[in-house]
Design a protein around this ligand. Structure first.
Ligand SMILES: *Cc1c(COP(=O)(O)O)cnc(C)c1O
Length: 414
């Protein structure tokens, strides 16, 4: 079910990946609320298990029977088939959360003795997985500061024959710093050997799938918290892992045993969100760009972090130009003052909601240092530039003039 290059994603989304005639002609997929599926014959059941457990791969065009909803389910498969419309992946695996996708994908490719190197900072849950859980399985993890770039990455790869995965989050949460994905892919190739292929994984949650396609820049696997833009309505939690068939097949086999697949209702809801994904992201971005201009000219704002802005530095602007087709709808900004001034803004907004998470239709605002990134050490925060006067804003679909008026009156409270 790979994406058809002749059709734009916004069209293939509606015309591919679901056959109504297998569901009584239902125009939209029904929700398949069943735990198990009947086999027509014992032979069919045997073949389905061979494929699901990776004992023998599916032939081209072979459509194996469904088995059990922890293994696969029509709603999950339909969503997976459509969700790849933008990224240029062969296939996707749906998970019960973004962390389910990240942890299951890492465990699929990392074995005791292997090393994962990652750009710093990364999402808090990912950081916990890398610092605390993977080392318990004798999987080593090493990080490099995102602003140190490829030189720092190469120095980690150079003398270490155990590196198996390069993990990037770009733009990084909440600093908006961008990684050089093609550069990392070239290094992965350079240091891969015949029996050790180094994989590049990219968490594309902030800008994907509309403004960023890391697979087209040389990454092997792209990961999403589908809780964010894919779901887009702050009413579900899910994750996606996408890539070539060769990589997604073993990920699905691990997912079956780890039990990290999502459920039919959630898959159906994300399916419903897909049709407006591009529309939402474009509209949210348009408002965000206006809000960035407003914030940059406000006397109580010290600095704004947003992809492509000149103040991010020439190297960041260059990376942004090469890798992104937009700027997205996440903004970090620094008010003049410290925690007290930042809190005054957070407590004064009336329409923007004070909550973590992002990418939904309602605007959300939060304080990274004491909320999403509170378990980082003061030193880690300092290195990453997560200061007490930093505020993260996810711009939603409210009227942009109302949002700016809301921010204006809140900033006046400082
Ligand atoms: C939210 C988020 C995650 C984790 O996703 P969940 O769906 O909450 O498990 C991972 N990476 C990034 C960049 C995120 O914003």
């Amino acid at each position: 079910m790979s994406s058809d290059p002749a059709l734009k994603p916004q069209t293939s989304l509606f015309s591919k990946g679901y056959d109504p005639h297998r569901s009584e002609g239902a125009a939209i997929p029904p929700i398949f609320k069943t735990s198990t599926f009947l086999f027509k014959t014992a032979e069919e059941g045997k073949r389905a298990f061979e494929i699901a457990y990776g004992l023998s791969p599916a032939e081209i065009g072979e459509s194996p029977a469904l088995i059990y909803t922890r293994v696969n389910n029509p709603n999950v498969e339909i969503l997976e088939g459509k969700s790849i419309a933008w990224d240029g992946a062969d296939d996707a695996a749906l998970f019960s959360s973004g962390m389910g996708a990240i942890s299951s994908t890492c465990l699929t490719f990392l074995k005791p003795g292997d090393t994962l190197v990652f750009s710093d900072p990364v999402y808090g849950g990912t950081e916990y997985l890398f610092h605390n859980l993977l080392p318990q399985f004798n999987i080593r993890t090493r990080h490099f500061p995102i602003e140190a770039g490829l030189d720092a990455l190469e120095s980690l790869l150079k003398n270490d024959p155990t590196v198996k995965v390069i993990y990037l989050e770009s733009p990084a949460n909440p600093t908006m710093m961008i990684c050089d994905v093609p550069g990392a892919a070239a290094l992965a190739k350079k240091y891969s050997t015949k029996d050790r292929q180094i994989l590049v994984m990219v968490d594309n949650t902030f800008m994907g799938p509309i403004f960023s396609s890391p697979l087209k820049l040389g990454a092997d696997i792209v990961l999403y918290s589908a809780t964010k833009f894919f779901g887009g309505h702050s009413d579900l939690v899910a994750g996606l892992s996408m890539g070539s068939r060769e990589h997604i097949e073993p990920i699905k086999a691990y997912r079956t045993i780890l039990g990290s697949i999502s459920d039919p209702d959630t898959a159906w809801l994300i399916h419903r969100s897909l049709g407006t994904l591009q529309l939402r992201m474009e509209s949210q971005q348009k408002s965000a760009a206006k809000i960035v201009e407003f914030l940059m000219s406000h006397p109580s704002v010290e600095r704004v972090a947003y992809p492509g802005l000149k103040c991010m530095g020439p190297q960041q602007v260059e990376l942004w130009k090469r890798q992104f087709t937009g700027t997205g709808s996440l903004i970090s900004f620094f008010v003049k003052g410290g925690q007290a001034e930042a809190f005054r803004v957070l407590d004064s907004v009336e329409h923007i909601k004070l909550a973590v998470s992002l990418g939904g239709i309602e605007s959300l605002i939060e304080h990274p240092s004491t909320m999403t990134h509170s378990d980082m050490t003061p030193e880690q925060k300092r290195n990453a530039g997560i200061t007490e006067n930093m505020i993260r804003l996810s711009v939603g679909l409210e009227d942009v003039d109302d949002l700016m008026a809301d921010l204006k009156q809140a900033l006046e409270k400082i």
